[in-house]
Design a protein around this ligand. Structure first.
Ligand SMILES: [Zn+2]
Length: 121
């Protein structure tokens, strides 16, 4: 299982990979402590492989482009990516064309065009 600790500072992202959640968490906590005084540095823990289901009873807030991100394992604001024509997680970069993003946010019916594209493959 691969995890990424993403350190987001203005103008640059630093990515560090760990193979156990425990180590990744420790690293993230350390980084958070280190940058406690900097409110322009954000630390994120991202799952690189496994998609996480939302907790039971979770419902999507009625906010535009706010989705459950299965790789950040939290609800995130997604941004429009005009190049791909999809919405993209502002942190890990996963798009709404990802199988699990669609599944957990019940997006399958909304976008019939991509469904057709998938069927062609
Ligand atoms: Zn994400």
């Amino acid at each position: 299982m691969k995890w990424m600790v993403l350190l987001r500072a203005p103008g640059q992202d630093k990515k560090v990979y760990r193979y156990s959640l425990k180590e990744a968490k420790e690293l993230a906590i350390k980084a958070k402590k280190k940058y406690k005084h900097r409110d322009d540095v954000m630390v994120y823990l991202i799952s690189c492989q496994k998609a996480f289901a939302p907790p039971e009873g979770w419902t999507r807030r009625r906010i535009k482009r706010s989705y459950w991100c299965p790789y950040c394992a939290t609800e995130r604001k997604f941004y429009r990516n005009n190049v791909w024509g999809t919405d993209q997680c502002g942190v890990c970069g996963i798009t709404t064309s990802d199988f699990w993003v669609r599944t957990y946010n019940h997006l399958w019916n909304k976008d019939s065009t991509s469904k057709k594209k998938r069927a062609k493959r």
